[in-house]
Design a protein around this ligand. Structure first.
Ligand code: HDD
Length: 698
C-alpha cells in the first residue's frame, strides 16, 4: 500500500542520518481501490440505493467517506504568500565556513543538505495569477543534520515597514479591499496607496516594487534575500553579522509591464509551469547563496541602522561572498502534501546562526509558528513529511490533534530516572552541541527601559530610495515612473496621489515631476522628511539591465511557421537554439502542425492563438510567401510579431515574412534580423535601445 522513500543527509562530521517517509498511493499493493479503512471497493461509479430509481441509502459508507473527505479537502490559505510553487533540491557548500559559524550545513566543502523551496506572490489568493506586479517570496527549508534551518526571504532585499507592529496594517491595505473584495492580486488601489503614502518608511521598498524587480521573467531568474541582518556564531562564540543573498546562475531577468499584463491572459500559471517544466526536463534551476559579513564597528560606521529592514548594505561597500549553491532537481510528488503544507518559520534556525534585534524580524519569530496552527490545524504540523526534520527529533512533547507518532515509554517529563529513552532517562539537554542564544553584548547597551520607540537612524526614509533611483539605467527609471503613474491612476481618492508625489520629491524631484505629469496633477509641495535624506553612492549592482547575462540557457525561442515554410530553415533554427542551450518552441496556426516545403508535416508545440510571443524570449518567423499572405489577416499572427517588437525581443525572419513584420509595425533595428547566426546571438538579450521608439519613457 505504501512504498517507502529514504532521505539521506550528510552531516558535517561525515555521518549520515536517515528518515523514512511513507509514500501513499491511491490503491493497495495489488492495484485495488480501497476506502480509508482499507476495505476494497467493488463499485466506484454508483451510490447504494434502494431499488434502481430509489433513494440513496445512508448506510453507503463508501459514498459517505468519499464525500466527507472531499468536503474537507481545503485548508485556510496563507494570509499572505497564498499562491506558491515548490521544488525539492539540495544545497552544496563550496568551502568550510567554520571560522564564521558552527552551523552544520556550512562545515565542509562539497557537503550536501536536502532542501525544499517555495516561491510565491504576496497579495493574491491561492488561485490568482503568476505575473502581477508583486514581491516574490523565496523561502528555503534546509533539512540540516542539526535540525531545520528556514531562510524565509523575498526577491527584494528590503521591506515596506520597520516594525512588525505595522504588518497587519500593511497587509490589510494591500489585499483586496475588505468591503468589495477587489482588486485581486494588485497593489493598484486606494487602500494600499493610502497606507503607503501615510507611511514614508515604505518609500525605499516602493521604489523596488515599482521597478522591474516585481516582474520577474521566471522564478529561475530572480534573486532572493534574507532581508534582515542575522548573526553567524562560530564554535568559540565569536559573532559576525550577516546578510544572505541568493543569485540565480541564469542572471536576473524581468519582463516589461505590458508583457506581464499580457502574460496574465496568456498563461495564469506561467511561472509555475516554467519551474515545473524546467525541472522535469533536467534543466535544474540553480542559485548561489552569498553572504555579506561585517562587524559592529562597520555597522556603527554606516549612516543607517543595520537593524532596519528598509535598508540594504550596497554590494560595492561589502561584497557578497558566494558560499554554496542550491540546485532544484525534483518536482513535488503532490502539491497539497508538500507545497501547500510546507510551513516555514524564520524562528527555525540552527546552532551557529542567530537573530538580531531587528524589530521586524522579532515579530516574525512569533507570527509564523502561530499562523501554522490556524492553517494546518494542529501543533503537530512539524510531523508532516515536508516539515519533519531529517535528523532525530526527541523530546517530551506529547499528544495534541493529529499526533502521528506513537511515543513509547512511561516518562513524558524531564528529568526522569525511568530510562524510557536510554539508561539515563534521556533524552537530555546538550549544553555543548545544543542551541545557545548569542548573548548579544554589543546590543545590550541599548536594552533597558521599556519603550515604544524607533532608533534614531530609522527615521531616514529617503536616502536609500534615492540611492536605488540613481543606480538604475534610463529605461529602468522610466519603468519606475510609469509604474507609479499606472498604480496611482487606479486610485480614486484625490488626496492620495498628491500625498505620494509629495513624498517622492524627497527621493528625486525629476521622478516626482514625471509622476505628477503622468497623472496630470500639479507638483505638490515636498513632504517634510522626519530626517533629511543624504546622497549615498549609487550601487550599479542593483540594476537588472546592467547585469543581465547574455545567454540562451533558460530562455526560449518561438518559431512561427505555417504550410509551405522552408523545412531546412526551421530545422536550422531549432538546432541552433538547442546548441546554444535554449528551448525552441514550435508555433503554428494549427496544433497538428503544418506541411513544410519538403512535404513533411511538422507537429507544433503550441497553437498560434494560444501561444502569444510574450511566452517566449525571442521569435523566429519562418514563412513562405503564401504562408505569410495567409497570416496577414490573422490578428494573432500580427500581434505575435508586434508584441515581440514592443517587448524589445529579437526578431529573426525569412525574407518572405517581411510583409507581416511591416504590418505589425516592426521597424528595422539591431534586433530585427534574418535567420542566421546573428539572430541566435541577438536572442540572448533584449533591445533596450528600441524602447524609446515604442513607448513614452516619461
Ligand atoms: Fe512573512 C509568509 C517573507 C515579514 C508574517 N513571509 C511569508 C512567506 C514568505 C515571507 C516568503 C511565504 C512562506 C511560504 O512559502 O510558505 N515576510 C517575508 C519577508 C518579510 C516578512 C521577507 C520581511 C523581511 N511576515 C513578515 C512579518 C510578519 C509576517 C513582519 C508578521 C509579523 N509571513 C507572515 C505570516 C506568513 C508569512 C502571516 C503567512 C503564511 C505563513 O506565514 O506561513 O506568518
Amino acid at each position: 500500500m505504501a512504498d517507502i522513500k529514504t532521505f539521506t543527509t550528510t552531516r558535517g562530521d561525515g555521518g549520515e542520518t536517515h528518515q523514512q517517509v511513507p509514500k501513499q498511493s491511491s490503491h493497495d499493493a495489488e492495484g485495488h481501490l480501497t476506502t480509508d479503512q482499507g476495505i476494497r471497493i467493488s463499485d466506484n461509479q454508483n451510490s447504494l440505493r434502494s431499488g434502481v430509481r430509489g433513494p440513496t441509502l445512508l448506510e453507503d459508507f463508501v459514498l459517505r467517506e468519499k464525500i466527507f473527505h472531499f468536503d474537507h479537502e481545503r485548508i485556510p490559505e496563507r494570509i499572505v504568500h497564498a499562491r506558491g510553487s515548490g521544488a525539492h533540491g539540495y544545497f552544496e557548500t563550496y568551502e568550510s565556513l567554520s571560522d564564521l559559524t558552527r552551523a552544520d550545513l556550512f562545515q565542509k566543502a562539497g557537503q550536501k543538505t536536502p532542501a525544499f523551496v517555495r516561491f510565491s506572490t504576496v497579495a493574491g489568493g491561492a488561485g490568482s495569477v503568476d505575473t502581477p506586479r508583486d514581491v516574490r517570496g523565496f523561502a528555503v527549508k534546509f533539512y540540516t543534520a542539526a535540525g531545520n534551518f528556514d531562510l524565509v526571504g523575498n526577491n527584494i532585499p528590503v521591506f515596506f515597514i520597520q516594525d512588525a507592529m505595522k504588518f497587519p496594517d500593511l497587509v490589510h491595505s494591500v489585499k483586496m479591499e475588505s468591503d468589495r473584495a477587489f482588486p485581486q492580486a494588485a497593489s493598484a488601489h486606494d487602500t494600499f496607496w493610502d497606507f503607503a503614502s501615510l507611511m514614508p518608511e515604505t518609500t525605499h521598498m516602493l521604489m523596488w516594487a515599482m521597478s522591474d524587480r516585481t516582474l520577474p521573467r521566471s522564478l529561475r531568474t530572480m534573486q532572493g534575500f534574507g532581508v534582515h541582518t542575522f548573526k553567524l556564531v562560530n564554535a568559540r562564540g565569536g559573532v559576525t553579522f550577516v546578510k544572505f543573498h541568493w543569485k540565480p546562475l541564469l542572471g536576473v531577468q524581468s519582463t516589461l509591464w505590458d508583457e506581464a499584463l499580457k502574460l496574465q491572459a496568456a498563461d495564469n500559471d506561467f511561472h509555475r509551469r516554467d519551474l515545473w517544466n524546467a525541472i522535469a526536463k533536467g534543466d535544474f534551476p540553480e542559485y548561489e547563496l552569498g553572504i555579506q559579513t561585517f562587524d559592529q564597528k562597520f555597522a556603527d560606521s554606516l549612516p543607517y541602522d543595520v537593524l532596519d529592514a528598509t535598508k540594504i548594505i550596497p554590494e560595492e561597500l561589502r561584497p557578497v561572498r558566494p558560499i554554496g549553491k542550491l540546485v532544484l532537481n525534483r518536482n513535488p510528488d503532490n502539491f497539497f502534501a508538500e507545497t501547500e503544507q510546507v510551513a516555514f518559520c524564520p524562528a527555525n534556525i540552527v546552532p551557529g546562526i542567530d537573530f538580531t534585534n531587528d524589530p521586524l524580524l522579532q515579530g516574525r519569530l512569533f507570527s509564523y509558528l502561530d499562523t501554522q496552527k490556524s492553517r494546518l490545524g494542529t501543533a503537530n504540523f512539524h510531523q508532516l513529511p515536508i516539515n519533519a526534520p531529517k535528523c532525530p527529533v526527541m523530546n517530551f512533547q506529547r499528544d495534541g490533534q493529529m499526533q502521528m507518532n506513537v511515543p513509547t515509554g512511561r516518562a513524558n517529563y524531564e528529568p526522569n530516572s525511568l530510562g524510557a529513552h536510554g539508561e539515563d532517562g534521556g533524552p537530555r539537554e546538550c549544553p555543548v552541541t545544543g542551541f545557545v542564544s548569542h548573548r548579544g553584548r554589543a546590543e545590550a547597551d541599548e536594552q533597558g527601559d521599556k519603550l515604544r520607540v524607533r532608533a534614531e537612524l530609522f527615521a531616514d526614509h529617503y536616502s536609500q530610495a534615492r540611492l536605488f533611483w540613481r543606480s538604475l539605467t534610463d529605461n529602468e527609471r522610466a519603468h519606475v515612473a510609469s509604474a507609479f503613474v499606472f498604480e496611482l491612476s487606479k486610485v480614486k481618492l484625490e488626496q492620495i496621489p498628491s500625498r505620494m508625489v509629495a513624498n517622492l520629491r524627497n527621493v528625486d524631484d525629476e521622478l516626482a515631476q514625471r509622476v505628477a505629469d503622468g497623472l496630470g496633477i500639479d507638483l505638490p509641495r515636498m513632504a517634510k522628511p522626519a530626517r533629511e535624506p543624504i546622497d549615498l553612492d549609487p550601487s550599479p549592482a542593483l540594476s537588472i539591465q546592467r547585469n543581465m547575462i547574455e545567454t540562451l540557457k533558460g530562455r526560449s525561442v518561438g518559431i512561427l511557421y505555417a504550410d509551405g515554410s522552408d523545412g531546412g530553415s526551421v530545422q536550422r533554427v531549432v538546432k541552433a537554439v538547442k546548441d546554444a542551450g535554449g528551448t525552441p518552441v514550435l508555433i503554428a496556426p494549427k496544433i497538428g502542425g503544418a506541411e513544410l516545403s519538403d512535404g513533411k508535416t511538422l507537429k507544433a508545440d503550441g497553437q498560434l492563438a494560444g501561444t502569444p510571443s510574450q511566452t517566449v524570449d525571442a521569435v523566429a518567423i519562418v514563412l513562405s510567401e503564401a504562408g505569410c499572405a495567409a497570416l496577414m489577416n490573422e490578428s494573432a499572427a500580427v500581434q505575435f510579431v508586434a508584441d515581440a517588437f514592443v517587448h524589445l525581443k529579437a526578431i529573426g525572419a525569412s525574407i518572405e515574412a517581411r510583409p507581416l513584420l511591416d504590418k505589425a509595425g516592426v521597424v528595422a533595428d539591431a534586433g530585427v534580423l534574418g535567420l542566421d547566426r546573428a539572430f541566435i546571438a541577438a536572442a540572448k538579450k533584449r533591445f533596450w535601445e528600441r524602447e524609446p521608439q515604442v513607448r513614452t519613457l516619461a
